[in-house]
Design a protein around this ligand. Structure first.
Ligand code: ZN
Length: 412
């Protein structure tokens, strides 16, 4: 439930939205919702969810909720499936985002003496420029590399003695493998890594952390809600702290839309409390996580959510059982000999689903036993029998962008 300060900010935002957001005026009219219907924190439940589909329909600029002379920038989320989503930002939004991002760096112990190598992309994406704005606000030295060009990344890392790496998990893994392969560990000066934008398991975390000899922090965010930097993990590694003076988080059952109890897994839904250019109310992120009850051992008072276990869209039903990629990570991480890299191939033949789990291992012998062990563990933990295939490290595709690990051939 919103606290009094959150509800006060939300009420101000709602006044604004009812008067100036054509997007929400239409949405509210469709369900017959009036401003007077929202008077208490409980009334939040009356507000219909917003979804990425709604935002696509608002293309290009129908989300704009202030006069155009107040918009200073737009960002766009990936248009991998159809129309992209465009989010307009005011100067205030840019500043709010930088404040949140600066807090993320501070949570990770980054200071104005650090040199931050920024490898996420710049441009329409929110990634690179968000890391940059936070670094500049903190007073650290930003090294704006952008993605790719591993050769140059490593050279700058060595020559500039960068101390903080910011990257997607798959690119951090690729850099880790390159540093090791070339024996550069004693030439680099990294001490921290701030890694985000993808779901990544503990095994991948440990591979990067140990491989580079650095402390890692998980950062979360999405373009629709400012961008990365709306939450970050701390030294206690018990979830991510989010900035509840800017954002209100709910977790719902993705099937029914009802709030689930604190601590229970579900879909993260975010309401912006102070966003100006394109406020969003009850936005469904499709990210699977849970709110963590109680105070964090690190002492920080900002509330926490768990690491993102997967996407509700990634929920794959195989043989009638819901499977999330995060569960597969957990199966593999519990088994000696398995790495964090895997791929799942699902087919349908003879009236039945067939699932093959291909995973990488450093082991070169006893692969049959390892395959059998993974199969047994999968059956125990997730409840279905799958085929398993052990592969040498490096066999599966690496990507500088989001990895596609589940190949579902059933509907093609
Ligand atoms: Zn903490």
């Amino acid at each position: 439930m919103m606290n009094p300060q959150q509800f006060a900010d939300f009420s101000t935002l709602l006044d604004h939205v009812f008067q100036h957001s054509e997007f929400y005026q239409n949405k509210f009219r469709a369900v017959g919702l009036e401003r007077g219907d929202i008077r208490t924190p409980e009334d939040l439940q009356k507000i219909p969810f917003s979804d990425k589909g709604d935002l696509r329909n608002a293309y290009p600029l129908k989300l704009m909720s202030v006069p155009e002379n107040q918009i200073v920038r737009i960002h766009s989320s990936s248009g991998t499936t159809g129309t992209p989503v465009i989010i307009p930002y005011t100067r205030g939004d840019i500043q709010a985002w930088a404040i949140m991002f600066e807090r993320c760096y501070q949570m990770a112990g980054v200071t104005n003496l650090d040199r931050i190598q920024i490898t996420p992309g710049y441009g329409l994406w929110t990634a690179g420029i968000g890391f940059q704005a936070g670094a500049e606000r903190l007073g650290a030295m930003a090294v704006p590399m952008g993605p790719g060009n591993t050769e140059k990344q490593l050279q700058m890392m060595i020559d500039l003695k960068t101390t903080v790496l910011t990257a997607t998990s798959s690119y951090a893994l690729l850099l880790t493998e390159e540093v090791q392969r070339r024996g550069l560990l004693d030439k680099i000066h990294l001490r921290k890594g701030i890694i985000g934008s993808e779901r990544w398991g503990d095994k991948m975390w440990n591979t990067i952390q140990d491989g580079l000899g650095i402390q890692l922090y998980d950062i979360y965010g999405l373009t629709e809600i400012y961008g990365p930097g709306i939450s970050v993990s701390c030294d206690a590694k018990e979830g991510l702290h989010y900035w509840d003076d800017y954002l209100y988080f709910e977790v719902i059952d993705p099937e029914t839309g009802a709030n689930v109890p604190e601590g229970q897994l579900g879909e993260l839904v975010i309401t912006t409390l102070r966003k100006e250019g394109a406020p969003l109310l009850r936005y469904r992120t499709h990210d699977l996580t849970r709110l963590i009850p109680g105070k964090c051992p690190c002492g920080c008072a900002y509330p926490r959510h768990d690491r993102v276990l997967g996407r509700t869209d990634d929920m794959t039903k195989v043989k009638g059982v819901n499977i999330f990629p995060g569960q597969i990570d957990q199966v593999l991480k519990g088994i000696d000999g398995c790495t964090s890299e895997y791929q799942v191939v699902i087919d349908h033949a003879d009236g039945r689903d067939h699932m093959l789990l291909r995973f990488e291992t450093k082991q070169t012998s006893c692969l049959d036993e390892l395959e059998a062990l993974v199969q047994r563990t999968f059956k125990t933990r997730i409840g279905i029998t799958v085929g398993t295939e052990a592969l040498a490290v490096g066999s599966l595709p690496r990507s500088e962008k989001k990895s596609t690990r589940i190949i579902d051939n059933r509907f093609h």
